[in-house]
Design a protein around this ligand. Structure first.
Ligand code: GDP
Ligand code: MG
Length: 295
């Protein structure tokens, strides 16, 4: 047709470039000890979605004493994803919990600083390795009441620095009604204390974003269950927790909302989480740092 230039060919080029480069994505789990953070790291990696490409890990979940990262490269249809999950020791075990968040906030800042130091070099690497935390999963204890002051204070600090997705931990200890009531109370607490978790309303770019993200905002915090073992259920191998009453399947939406968490992180919002990390959180850090000194 006349006037047709064929600009859309650029889409294929972008796609080919992205496939060549691959994707880096970094998640961190945060919350009090005993809430299932380390188990969740295993759950994420063992999830059906990419089990085909991973050998069985068989790493038992031990108590976490320091920050530690686990990386796996997942490849699917020619797309390479380097997924890193950073596990953190539980905080809040002490009588005095002042500063219990320092090591975690410190780690997040350190990764921004690393990136900044590479970026301001005169001769820069063509590709700066990205260890910045793109999403922090915050584990709320399943008390069924409301957020504790410690959670509120930590979340306030965390949300200013990084994308945060809160989850109700060990949700198998709550009934369905309790989960719903708890979720609503947490949402109210977040609003009252001006804690903006991901996906933040102010970053919806258009009506489609707003529609999709509003649905997600209604479901957050997801009520999740973690497991690092598989069980045979009706001839199927499922990731789950075996109890006297049966197996709680983590990938079954009738049992818990782990699939919503996984899909948000890996399927629907991966690039958006990376964009907000770079354009908002890292940018804030960069501006502050460059203002305070001539690095
Ligand atoms: P962390 O301290 O937050 O890293 O917690 P762990 O992952 O080490 O888990 C502590 C204990 O809770 C272990 O015995 C786990 O098997 C158990 N656990 C982990 N996730 C869940 C869950 O979703 N539900 C229940 N009931 N127990 C869990
Ligand atoms: Mg742990």
């Amino acid at each position: 047709a006349q006037g047709y230039v064929g600009i859309e060919a650029v889409l294929d080029q972008v796609k080919i470039k992205a496939m060549k480069m691959g994707f880096e994505f970094n998640i961190m789990v945060v919350g009090q000890s005993g809430l299932g953070k380390s188990t969740m790291v295993n759950t994420l990696f063992r999830s059906k979605m990419w089990r085909s490409s991973l050998p069985s890990l068989g790493v038992p979940t031990l108590q976490t004493l320091q920050l530690q990262s686990m990386t796996h490269v997942i490849e699917e249809k020619g797309v390479r994803l380097k997924l890193t999950v950073t596990d953190t020791p539980g905080f809040g075990d002490q009588i005095n919990n002042d500063k219990c968040w320092d090591p975690i906030l410190g780690y997040i800042k350190e990764q921004y600083e690393r990136y900044l130091q590479e970026e301001i070099l005169i001769t820069r690497q063509r590709h700066i390795p990205d260890t910045r935390v793109h999403c922090c999963i915050y584990f709320v204890p399943p008390t069924g009441h409301c957020l504790r002051p410690l959670d509120i204070e930590f979340l306030q600090r965390l949300c200013r620095m990084v994308n945060v997705v809160p989850v109700i931990a060990r949700a198998d200890s709550l009934t369905i009604e309790e989960r719903e009531a708890f979720r609503l109370r947490i949402q109210k607490d977040l609003r009252t204390h001006c804690i903006e978790v991901y996906p933040q309303k102010c970053f919806d770019e258009d009506i489609n974003d707003r529609l999709l993200n509003s649905k997600i905002r209604e479901r957050i915090p997801f009520a999740v269950v973690g497991a690092d073992r598989e069980h045979l259920v009706n001839g199927r191998c499922v990731l789950g927790r075996k109890t006297k009453w049966g197996v709680i399947e983590v990938e079954n939406m009738a049992h818990c909302e782990f699939p919503l968490l996984r899909d948000l992180l890996i399927r629907s919002h991966l690039q958006d989480l990376k964009d907000i990390t770079h354009n908002v959180h890292y940018e804030n850090y960069r501006v502050c740092r460059l203002n305070e000194s001539h690095v």
